[in-house]
Design a binder for this molecule. Structure first.
Ligand SMILES: *Cc1c(COP(=O)(O)O)cnc(C)c1O
Length: 360
């Protein structure tokens, strides 16, 4: 990757390591026998990434009509689960033509609207009250439905012959390690399987969501897929997961070069071409984006790596150790393959967009 990144010529650029990504997803697949793996497209919907992942996952999870149309266009025939809060009438109508294999229903109103459109296989999204210590994000609030509302949906479903209840969807937290994720999955199953059976579902499906931990402070660490897969295989249902970040984060780089270096009141800043309008991840997550300096050598000193935006928030990494930097030195921010380019505010300040390169 280093040589590939140095040969690009023009910065900033995103580089995706497709063979690395393929090996990673093969490993995940092998660690999860008996569990269906859907990729959460919102983590990174890049076409080449989707094509690389597709042969090794059971399907794609999409969270909008836009993602649904995108996946159907580039991967026709690949199973798709369509979720997300606030689906519009237009998005629900699109599901009539693009026929997602499963629809994750977020509310009784959505269920009623869907029933009018014709046949669909649905999972009800559950917002169960489980205590999740150490989670980076918990998905309570507007997502899914509590037990009473789910019971209401079950009564409605009895009146909607067009809809087939297949199971429960529960994406309750993110940033958990494998034992914590497993505990969560078992608690979902303990409630959902008997509940689904009581609703007459013979072959219950359980989508236990994504959210597998990715530690930006430990770029070499990986979620323990093996422990997770082994534990999931004990759940007596058709279990599906939908990871995003832990699939694609590790195989994207944002590569750029140094424009200026200066010291202000004792603090050294390296100003890099581009900025967090291309790589928003460190700002949203509040971390130092891991990086490699590809060109400079020498004794390391603290510096703050910033971009070209006119805001003090445009920081990639604060007070990190770097070798002596000069204009033209090349830096690669790693772990930029998920929630990076596609969550960034590209047009802020109207700087040129990065180029995109694929190592094949
Ligand atoms: C975002 C999301 C995911 C993927 O989460 P990651 O943290 O990227 O693994 C999965 N399911 C749902 C419903 C989501 O909203």
């Amino acid at each position: 990757m280093n040589e590939f990144a140095l040969g690009l010529g023009r910065y900033p650029a995103y580089v995706y390591d497709l063979p690395g990504l393929e090996a990673h997803v093969r490993g995940i697949r092998a660690a999860l026998p008996g569990t269906e793996v859907f990729y959460a497209v919102k983590a990174n919907p890049d076409t080449e990434i989707l094509r690389t992942l597709a042969p090794h996952v059971d399907g794609m999870e999409v969270s909008s009509g836009g993602e649904l149309a995108h996946v159907r266009e580039i991967l026709p025939g690949k199973p798709v689960a369509f979720g997300g809060p606030g689906k519009t009438a237009g998005e629900l109508a699109l599901s009539r033509t693009l026929k997602p294999d499963r629809i994750h229903v977020e509310s009784p109103r959505e269920l009623a609207r869907l029933a009018e459109l014709g046949p669909a296989d649905v999972l009800l999204r559950a917002n169960l009250q489980v205590n999740v210590p150490n989670a980076a994000l918990t998905m309570s609030g507007p997502f899914g439905m509590d037990e009473d509302t789910l019971a209401h949906c079950a009564r409605l479903l009895a009146r909607y012959p067009s809809l087939t209840l297949r199971g429960v969807h529960a994406h309750l937290a993110s940033g958990l390690d494998a034992p914590a994720m497993l505990d969560l999955a078992h608690r979902i199953a303990e409630w959902a399987i008997p509940w689904l059976r009581s609703q007459g579902v013979d072959d219950p499906e359980l989508n236990v969501g994504g959210g597998m931990a990715v530690d930006y402070a430990a770029p070499e660490a990986r979620f323990d897929w093996h422990t997770y897969g082994t534990g999931l295989s004990e759940i007596p249902a058709r279990v599906r997961i939908e990871p995003g970040r832990a699939m694609t984060a590790y195989h994207g780089w944002y590569v750029t070069d140094v424009l200026d270096v200066k010291t202000t009141r004792g603090e050294t800043f390296a100003i890099l071409r581009g900025g967090t309008h291309h790589l928003r991840t460190p700002v949203t997550k509040g971390h130092d984006q891991p990086f490699k300096v590809l060109t400079a050598n020498g004794p390391e000193r603290p510096a703050t790596l910033v971009g070209q935006l006119c805001t003090p928030k445009d920081v990639f990494a604060r007070d990190v150790l770097v070798p002596p930097l000069a204009p033209g030195d090349v830096i690669a921010f790693t772990m930029a393959g998920a929630y990076a380019w596609n969550i960034s505010h590209h047009d802020f300040l109207m700087h040129p967009k990065p180029a995109f390169h694929y190592r094949r």
